[in-house]
Design a protein. Structure first.
Length: 158
């Protein structure tokens, strides 16, 4: 079972790295600006890279660290599901989608700077699709699958 976990965790490491590489490729090479929720949806993949590497490096607290990775993927599922709901107009955009533009009291200089800067991308605008699915939709499915896989890893630790 432990060797099986090592293979699964290495696969999740590779998948997380690939997912982030694709996200950055879409952003910086293809020129699709992410919205704030898109950026938040990257957190579980970055966290899994760090935490799974930690499992291999310190070789202790494996079950606890795997549990934290599971919580990050559950968080990713919730955020992605919410994002899909915004894209499909089941939910309205929240303050998270507009973090870059709220500053309370603005001086005329601040207002001018804000007008000259780029406007933030709306969370309901799908700028990139893969086989007709938004990246938030794909991430929703992947996050629930990764949550299930991490649950199995934890169970394997006993």
């Amino acid at each position: 079972m432990m060797n099986n976990n090592k293979l699964i965790l290495n696969s999740i490491l590779a998948f997380s790295f690939l997912s982030l590489a694709i996200a950055y490729f879409i952003q910086y090479v293809l020129g699709h600006e992410p919205c704030n929720l898109c950026l938040i949806e990257r957190i579980p993949y970055l966290a899994s890279l760090i935490l799974i590497s930690l499992i291999f490096i310190i070789n202790k607290f494996k079950k606890m660290i795997a549990g934290i990775v599971l919580l990050f993927f559950i968080f990713g599922f919730v955020v992605s599901f919410y994002h899909v709901g915004i894209e499909q107009e089941f939910f309205s955009e929240s303050f998270v989608c507009d973090l870059g533009s709220f500053n309370g009291n603005l001086s005329k200089e601040d207002l001018l700077k804000q007008l000259q800067s780029r406007t933030p991308i709306s969370c309901k605008d799908v700028t990139f699709t893969f086989f007709g699915l938004s990246l938030a939709t794909i991430n929703t499915v992947m996050s629930i699958l990764l949550s299930g896989i991490m649950f199995k890893v934890i169970k394997n630790y006993g």
